[in-house]
Design a protein around this ligand. Sequence first.
Ligand code: PEP
Ligand code: MN
Length: 363
Amino acid sequence: MGIELDINPIKKWLPQINNPLLIAGPCSLESEEQALETAKKLAKDPRVFIFRGGVWKPRTRPGSFEGVGSVGLEWLQKVKKETGLPVGTEVANAQHTEEALKAGLDVLWVGARSTASPFVVQEIADVLKGTDAVVMVKNPVNPDVQLWMGALERINQAGIKSLVAIHRGFTPFRETKYRNYPNWKTFIELRRLLPNLPVICDPSHIAGHRDFLQEISQKAFDMGMEGLMLESHRDPSCALSDKDQQVTPKELAKILDKLVIRYSSSPNKQFENQLELLRSRIDALDAELMEVLSSRVEIVKQIGQYKKENNVTALQINRWTELMNKRIDAGEKMNLNKTFVQILFQLIHEDSVRMQTEIMDKE
Ligand code: PEP
Ligand code: MN
């Protein structure tokens, strides 16, 4: 079951919002001019609601550009003054958090590496206590929904109600097309556990390359996320961090133009009626599916009993291999996804063996 955390809807802390929440800005702030020029271009687009800029940069390896540090907070203040856009940056320890709050930043976010450490999250939460800060929490680098949820809860327990989760993908365990594996099921699980928590997607850090931003952004809306955080730099080719995944404000606008925004429901009555009809057919088919599974269980148990009486093992590996191959073949002819059929029958078979060994072990 999900838990209802006491969370403010986005509109409460960003009343001007009339579209999905879009946060844009460079990966890192590099100079006052770079910050201001990029921000002024982004501010012309009414779809951009918040300006982002990394000041303290958590780099995987030492020696690369680690951010301009505290001086960047002054540039963010200037961006806010000159463009009117709310501004935000990443905080990774208590001192960052104190400085960012003192500088009056509108949004703070906890990065993926920090979310993975409950000590770091707690130290940030302790500083946030008693403030009305807006805080966003990126997923941890590993696809552990409990760790992500734990970080959100720590900050919520410090009294922060203006809370948003950011899905930025997970460290891949093998070579993939994207820099970070999106593993959408972790987002689905977070939504199930914390249904009233707004979640936005960070396609830049999932993609690792600008060529994939469009498809990932669309997928985020298809899944029902509430917004996007996209990295945008006045000249990505000169960016000091994450240059391959950044786009100019112009390119960003083109991506946004092509996006189809989806909502959790539709005002179209006919659509709602049709959906209800189709869903009732799914319900009926699921009921049939359960009947079939239950009949299968009865036969599995009978076989278990015969095997027991004849001292034959529950697991019959040849039969299992043959069955699996036949089911995959049949599935392919019926346009069923091969992996789906494989996983489904693995589960069914695992449970059959469990039932049969139980029968055998019963006195
Ligand atoms: C960033 O937003 O620039 C960043 C460092 O992201 P993440 O924490 O997702 O790696
Ligand atoms: Mn970045």
